[in-house]
Write a protein that binds this ligand. Sequence first.
Ligand code: DGL
Length: 269
Amino acid sequence: MKVSPLSPIGIFDSGIGGLLIAKEIKMRMPNENFIYFGDTGNMPYGDKSKEFIIENSMKIASFLYKKKCKALVIACNSMTSNSLNAIHQKFHRKILIFNVIDPIVKNQVFLSSKRIGIIATPSTIRSNFYIKKIKKYYHHLDVVQISTPLLAPMIEKGLKIKKNVIKNYLNHFKSIDTLLLACTHYLFLKQEIDKFYHGKVHLINIQKIVVQEIKKKLDEEKLLCIHPNCNSKYPIFYTSSSIPTFFEKKVKILFGRKVFIKTHVFNSS
Ligand code: DGL
């Protein structure tokens, strides 16, 4: 399929988590247009099987591919850790594929750490994707990981996360120097988590690292949009259930009112 710098970037997650990745894309590459897909009808992905995650993330990737996107951004750790290989098998050489894990584990940031904690959804933890990658690149690192299943569904609904919930989870990591928020939904909790550690534990800037990588690659592939008039196109946000109120609210807070929000439900196969 012929794509050009003017083609949109396709970004997807189970819900609102990837919105902060989309926001960073808009901030660092203001001329880019994008199409976002939140699989709200299937959220949370954290409690789904690998097979389910593969089947559904492939549907979304195909949907965005057919919309003539120039790149796919898997803005979800649960999808990346369970279905990246399947997505690569089907789409590599057809479209650029980015995810939220590889740029992080390849980043220098780990070189100065000694003991890192990872919090993620059960499906990400079960995949062992992080542990395998981190152990491959950094032999010196001590890694502890726990699944934090309550967080993403609460964040998606816009519920206030009580200090105690955060405390109960993070008490597992007493002597870490770095914490990886390995679920894009958790990026909305960064301030609360930073407060819990009194700023003494390094929280990796996931959005920045991921988007730097996307920008660099688009540039190398001559697909970076340098035409300011693309700005006149409004981003489109799809949800796979009737548009959840909190999703709509977050989109408008982050991207303003000049957006399209639509529902797209896949036919069951
Ligand atoms: N935002 C997702 C992630 O990064 C998943 C949240 C969920 O659907 O459980 O893992």
